[in-house]
Design a binder for this molecule. Structure first.
Ligand code: ADP
Ligand code: MG
Length: 633
C-alpha cells in the first residue's frame, strides 16, 4: 500500500519444517470454509491495535499524530487483491521473523503428531489449534506483508507464496502498522466483491472493538449497479461486545467472541456475562470450553482470561483473576477501577483483584451448577474434559469446597462401568438405613480399584463404594473430611467400622473368632517380623484370605506408590495385615497341618495382599521361590 521498494537488501529465508507442513495443510485441506481467513487477519489487526493502545499507556508518543486506531479493508478487482491494513503496533524485522517466519508456535509440533490424514477430522484439529496468520494461504497464492513498528522509522516487507520460503526486504512505509496484501487464487476471486467482504465481517468480526472501515458502496441509477464511493463506512459495530446489554447479544455473537478470545473453533459449553458493581466495578464474560486443550496438564500452561481496564487491553493469561483449578476457563474481565499501568506484580498483591477473583469464581461455579442441573449432557462433557483439574478445587478453595465437591462426579460400584457420573449428593441419597459414612477406595486404575479385596464385605452387604483412580484424588481426600455431615472413609484404612450396619450377633461372633485366632495371629506376626505393624482378624473379606490396610491417618498404599513414582522419599507407615477367618487357607494354618511351611505361607499371605492392591514386591525373586516350593509340596 504505502510501501515503495527502495533498498534492494532482500534476503530469502526458509520456514521451519513444521511451518511448511502447516502451510501445505492450509493450501490443500481447508477449502470448505475459506472465508475464515478474514476473521483471522482482522483478529491479528485488532490485537495489534490493542497492543499499541497498551504500550501507549506508558509512552503516548508512540501514537505520533494518529491515535485514531482502526482496521481498513479494501479490494482491488483489477489487481485481484484484498488488503487488510491496521495502524496498530506493527512489527520490527526481528519480530516478523519470530512471529510469522521461521519458528513454529509451541503447539504446532503437538498438532502434527495428532493429524490423522482424514481431511474432515484434521480440519477440526486445525480449528482446535487456531490457524492464525497462515490461513491467508487458504485464499491467496501470494501474501505480501509490510509493517512498521510503532516508534520506529524502518519498515520491512515479508512476502511468500506459501511454498517453503519467504523473502524479507527493507522498505519505506509512511505510516505505522501493518498492511497485508492477499493475491487471491483463481478460485477465491469471489472475495473481491465488497458486499461479500462486508457480510463476512458482520458475521465473524462484529464484536471487534476497533472500527473496521471500508469504502461505502452506493446504488448508481445510471449504471444500474453498486459503485464504490469515496466515503468511509464502519462495517462492524465496533464496540466491545461485553459492554453491550445481554439482551442485545445473540448466542451466535457470544460464540464468535469466544472463538476470538480462545482461538478455539468449537462452541463453548456455556458462558456467564455480568456487570458487577460493589467494592469493585467490573464486567466479566467467561466461557467453559467444549474440550480440553492439548496442554491442559502442562503446569506452565497459560490461563485463559484476558484483563482489560476500562476497555483497554492490558494482558493475556491474567492468572490472578481465577483460581488454578479453573484454569480452563476463557474470556475477559474488564475492570473499571484498576490503574491502566497495572502489572502482574501489582495484580498478585492486590486486594481489589482478590475481590474480582472471588466474584468470578462464584460466577463460574454458578454456571456449572446450572449445567449440572439443566444441561446434563453438557455437564458430562465438561466433567470428562476438565474434571481432573476441577477436583483440585476441593483442596485448594476452602471457601467453596462444599460447592465444588457437590459438582464433582465419581465412578462407583453402583455403576456397571467406569463412568464418572455419581455425585456425593446422589451417593448420600442412596445410603442404606443406618449408614453414616461415604466409603471410597483409591487405586491406580479402575480395574485395581474395582477388584480390590477391601470391597468384598461391601459387595456382600450391598453398600456403595466410590472408586477413585486419579492421582489428584489422593490429594483432595487429604483435605476434605466430610460432606453434608457424612465422613469420607477409605475402605482400606483403619478398623472396618460399619456402624449400625453390622448386626449385634455378627459382632459377637467376630469377637469370639478373634479370640480363637489369637495364637495364629501372633505366630504370623512373629514370622513376618517388622514387615507389618500388626496382624489381626477381619470381617472385611469374603473371598480373599488376607489384605493390607493402614491406620486411619496414614497415607494409603496407593498414595505412597504415587509419591515414590514421582521420585519422592516417603517414610511409609507399616501396613496392617488382616486375615479372613473363614478362608480355607487360614483354617489350615490354624489347625497346624501346614506347620512345616508356616513361615513361607505367612510371607505369601503378605505378598499376595500387596500384589492385589497394585503394590510392588520388595523381593520378587524370593516370592517366586517360595511360591514354587509350596506348589511342589
Ligand atoms: P496468534 O494471533 O494466535 O498469535 P497468528 O498466526 O494469527 O497467531 O499471528 C502470529 C503473530 O504474528 C501474532 O502473535 C503477532 O505477533 C504477529 N502478527 C500477525 N499479524 C499482525 C499484525 N497485523 N500486526 C502486528 N503483528 C501481527
Ligand atoms: Mg491471530
Amino acid at each position: 500500500m504505502n510501501a515503495t521498494t527502495e533498498k534492494p537488501v532482500k534476503e530469502t529465508l526458509n520456514f521451519q519444517t513444521e511451518v511448511k507442513q502447516l502451510l501445505q495443510l492450509m493450501i490443500h485441506s481447508l477449502y470448505s470454509n475459506k472465508e475464515i481467513f478474514l476473521r483471522e487477519l482482522i483478529s491479528n489487526a485488532s490485537d495489534a491495535c490493542d497492543k499499541l493502545r497498551f504500550e501507549a499507556v506508558t509512552d503516548a508518543s508512540l501514537y505520533g499524530d494518529d491515535s485514531d486506531l482502526k482496521i481498513r479493508i479494501s479490494a482491488d478487482a483489477a489487481a485481484g487483491t484484498i488488503t487488510i491494513s491496521d495502524n496498530g503496533v506493527g512489527m520490527s524485522r526481528d519480530e516478523v521473523i519470530a512471529n510469522i517466519g521461521t519458528i513454529a508456535k509451541s503447539g504446532t509440533k503437538e498438532f502434527f503428531s495428532k493429524l490423522t490424514g482424514d481431511q474432515k477430522t484434521d480440519s477440526h484439529l486445525i480449528g482446535q489449534f487456531g490457524v492464525g496468520f497462515y490461513s491467508a494461504f487458504i485464499v491467496a497464492d501470494k501474501v505480501t506483508l509490510t509493517t512498521r513498528r510503532a516508534g520506529s522509522t524502518e519498515a520491512v516487507c515479508w512476502e511468500s507464496a506459501g511454498d517453503g520460503e519467504f523473502t524479507l526486504e527493507a522498505v519505506k512505509k509512511s505510516t505505522r502498522g501493518t498492511d497485508v496484501v492477499l493475491h487471491l487464487k483463481e478460485d477465491a476471486k469471489e472475495f473481491l466483491e465488497d458486499w461479500q467482504l462486508k457480510s463476512i465481517i458482520r458475521k465473524y468480526s462484529d464484536h471487534i472493538q476497533m472500527p473496521i472501515v471500508m469504502k461505502k458502496t452506493e446504488w448508481n441509477q445510471e449504471k444500474s449497479e453498486n459503485v464504490i464511493t469515496d466515503e468511509d463506512e464502519t462495517v462492524n459495530r465496533a464496540s466491545a461486545l461485553w459492554t453491550r446489554p445481554k439482551s442485545d447479544i445473540t448466542d451466535e455473537q457470544y460464540e464468535e467472541f469466544y472463538k476470538h478470545v480462545s482461538h478455539d473453533w468449537e462452541k463453548p459449553l456455556g458462558w456467564t456475562h455480568a456487570r458487577v458493581e460493589g467494592k469493585q466495578e467490573y464486567t466479566e464474560l467467561l466461557y467453559i470450553p467444549g474440550k480440553a486443550p492439548f496442554d491442559l496438564w502442562d503446569r506452565e500452561r497459560k490461563h485463559g482470561v484476558k484483563l482489560y481496564v476500562r476497555r483497554v487491553f492490558i494482558m493475556d493469561d491474567a492468572e490472578q483473576l481465577l483460581p488454578r483449578y479453573l484454569r480452563f476457563v476463557k474470556g475477559i474481565v474488564d475492570s473499571n477501577d484498576l490503574p491502566l499501568n497495572v502489572s502482574r506484580e501489582i495484580l498478585q498483591a492486590s486486594k481489589d483483584v482478590d475481590s474480582i477473583k472471588n466474584g468470578c469464581t462464584k460466577k463460574v461455579l454458578g454456571m456449572l451448577d446450572d449445567l449440572a442441573e439443566n444441561h446434563k449432557e453438557k455437564f458430562a462433557t465438561f466433567w470428562s474434559a476438565f474434571g481432573r483439574v476441577f477436583k483440585e478445587g476441593i483442596g485448594e478453595d476452602h471457601a467453596n469446597k462444599d460447592r465444588i465437591a457437590s459438582l464433582c462426579r465419581f465412578a462407583s460400584t453402583h455403576n456397571s462401568d467406569d463412568a464418572q457420573n455419581v455425585s456425593l449428593t446422589e451417593y448420600v441419597s442412596r445410603m442404606k438405613h443406618g449408614m453414616d459414612k461415604i466409603y471410597y477406595v483409591t487405586g491406580d486404575s479402575f480395574g485395581a480399584a474395582k477388584n480390590s479385596p477391601h470391597l468384598e464385605v461391601f459387595k456382600k452387604k450391598g453398600i456403595e463404594v466410590l472408586l477413585l483412580t486419579e492421582p489428584v484424588d489422593e490429594w483432595w481426600l487429604g483435605q476434605f473430611e466430610e460432606f453434608e455431615g457424612k465422613k469420607l472413609v477409605s475402605v482400606a484404612k483403619g478398623d472396618l467400622d460399619l456402624g449400625s450396619l453390622a448386626d449385634e450377633t455378627e459382632k459377637a461372633q467376630q469377637a469370639k473368632v478373634a479370640e480363637e485366632l489369637k495364637p495364629l495371629v501372633e505366630k504370623i506376626k512373629a514370622a513376618l517380623g517388622d514387615k507389618v505393624k500388626e496382624v489381626r482378624v477381619t470381617d472385611r473379606l469374603t473371598d480373599s484370605p488376607a489384605c493390607l490396610v493402614v491406620d486411619e491417618n496414614a497415607a494409603s498404599g496407593n498414595l505412597e506408590r504415587m509419591l515414590r513414582a514421582a521420585g519422592q522419599n516417603v517414610n511409609a507407615a507399616k501396613p496392617i495385615l488382616e486375615i479372613n477367618p473363614t478362608h480355607p487357607l487360614i483354617e489350615k494354618l490354624k489347625t497346624g497341618v501346614l506347620a512345616e511351611t508356616f513361615g513361607d505361607w505367612s510371607h505369601l499371605l503378605f505378598e499376595q495382599s500387596l500384589l492385589a492392591e497394585g503394590g510392588q514386591l520388595e523381593d520378587p525373586a524370593g516370592f517366586v521361590k517360595r511360591l514354587n516350593s509350596l506348589m511342589l509340596k
